[in-house]
Design a protein around this ligand. Structure first.
Ligand SMILES: [Zn+2]
Length: 74
């Protein structure tokens, strides 16, 4: 599984493997899980390709950034 961190303040969409130390999906007042709030949200995917399709469909001008620690696209 993969988690995509959609971050509105930085305009960066960062993809992680579910077991990455930086993969910390948690619902908060500013960030949602499987939904976006003021500062964005976390979205879960079965494959990194599905996550990238979602990105291209929703916000292709945001910055796509696979995590350098867990390397989700390798
Ligand atoms: Zn990661």
């Amino acid at each position: 599984m993969f988690w995509l961190n959609v971050d509105h303040p930085t305009n960066i969409w960062k993809l992680h493997k579910a077991d990455c130390v930086y993969s910390k999906p948690n619902d908060s007042t500013r960030k949602g899980v499987n939904t976006t709030k003021e500062e964005g949200g976390w979205f879960k995917f079965r494959t990194h390709l599905e996550a990238h399709e979602f990105y291209k469909k929703i916000k292709p001008r945001a910055v796509w950034q696979p995590c350098k620690i867990c390397k989700p696209e390798d």
